[in-house]
Design a protein around this ligand. Structure first.
Ligand SMILES: Cc1ncc(COP(=O)(O)O)c(C=O)c1O
Length: 337
């Protein structure tokens, strides 16, 4: 057993390192979540988080991991038997599909090799073929956290528009939000799913739904059963700075601090910093003679780098050596990878 000195290097795709500023902000007494001090905190974070999603419309904050926000996006907008279009871009798209299957939605899955993002041409083709508009939603994962590939969401939006299709557009940004350029409103996304434990620099435990007016209207007639995830009571309580159930008070202190940090640096500079570090990492990987997982230059992720192990080498053994000798945790390949 080794006892390394100093700080552990947490270099998995997420949870990521939580900056000391955020840790110190969380380390405060928990307050009455029905009192005036809490209402001030909640209003501040509920407004501040909209800027990160680049929307002026409401963002719901759940005390839940990202999986909860995935489920919330589906159950608030859809009805049993609705058709949804999904793309097999990697492990997380596959898990989201699993939820849709269990909710008895009818999923049209476009198969993939986990080395490419969502193909905008395939989106257009599928939607154009759906003359009676039976597809109710298009679901895409912006940044696939195991393969290290980023889908071109603006181009997917343009494809939906070209097909003149009214489907809702649901996007998972759990490993891209606050790291890679993303625009909920400009790209006319209806529900954006986010999580606390990556670009927002928080511990795991919060997740988000950014909601468009079109999604809110869809929620009025959506018939999937929901209780905990129901937007309506949440939005109502949020208006006066409260939650319909006990919120994750101390994580909200952390969120307030991380929003200040993002605001201080400026989102565009944050994205540029991740791009620079991502590019530096990719150049190092190529110089070592190793292969990057995404095959399309336009789809390399700036928040994590997917590297393929050469045949005959075991990635888990390498990760074990790096952990033991250098006190550094690297992400493992998931599912097919
Ligand atoms: C892209 C993406 N979507 C969804 C999830 C699921 O989130 P959680 O594990 O917080 O439930 C993750 C987790 O890593 C993710 O990276």
């Amino acid at each position: 057993m080794a006892y390394p000195s100093g700080r552990h290097f947490l270099q998995i795709p997420g949870p990521t390192n939580v900056p000391d500023r955020v840790l110190r902000a969380i380390d405060r007494p928990t307050i009455d979540h029905r009192g005036p001090e809490f209402a001030k905190l909640a209003r501040e974070v509920l407004t501040g988080i909209r800027k990160v999603f680049r929307t002026v419309h409401p963002v719901v904050i759940y005390p839940a991991s990202g999986t909860g926000a995935w489920e919330a996006a589906l159950v608030n907008t859809l009805s049993p038997g609705d058709r949804v279009l999904m793309f097999e871009t990697g492990q997380f798209a596959s898990l989201w599909k699993g939820i849709a299957d269990r909710l008895e939605l009818r999923v049209d899955l476009v198969p993939g090799d986990w080395r490419h993002g969502v193909d905008p041409a395939a989106v257009e083709e599928k939607l154009a073929a759906d003359k009676e508009h039976s597809i109710r939603a298009v679901c895409a994962v912006h940044n696939e956290t195991s393969p290290g590939g980023t889908s071109r969401i603006a181009e997917v939006r343009a494809a939906i528009d070209r097909a003149r299709h009214p489907a809702l557009f649901l996007v998972d940004t759990i490993s891209s939000l606050a790291s890679i350029d993303y625009r909920h409103e400009e790209w006319k996304v209806d529900v954006t799913v986010g999580g606390s434990q990556k670009g927002l620099m928080l511990p795991p435990g919060l997740s988000f739904n950014a909601i468009s007016p079109k999604a809110l209207a869809a929620a009025k007639s959506a018939k999937l059963r929901r209780s905990y995830w129901e937007w309506e009571p949440m939005l109502q309580a949020n208006e006066s700075g409260f939650f319909p159930y006990t919120p994750a008070t101390n994580l909200l202190y952390g969120l307030r601090e991380s929003l200040h940090m993002l605001e201080d640096e400026g989102l565009d500079k944050v994205f540029a910093r991740h791009r620079r570090h991502g590019e530096a990492t990719r150049r190092a990987v190529r110089a070592w003679g190793l292969e990057l997982n995404p095959l399309d230059e336009r789809e390399h992720s700036d928040s994590l780098t997917g590297i393929r192990m050469p045949d005959g080498h075991d990635a888990d053994k390498l990760r074990a050596i790096i952990l033991e000798r250098f006190d550094m945790s690297l992400g493992t390949g998931l599912g097919k990878l």
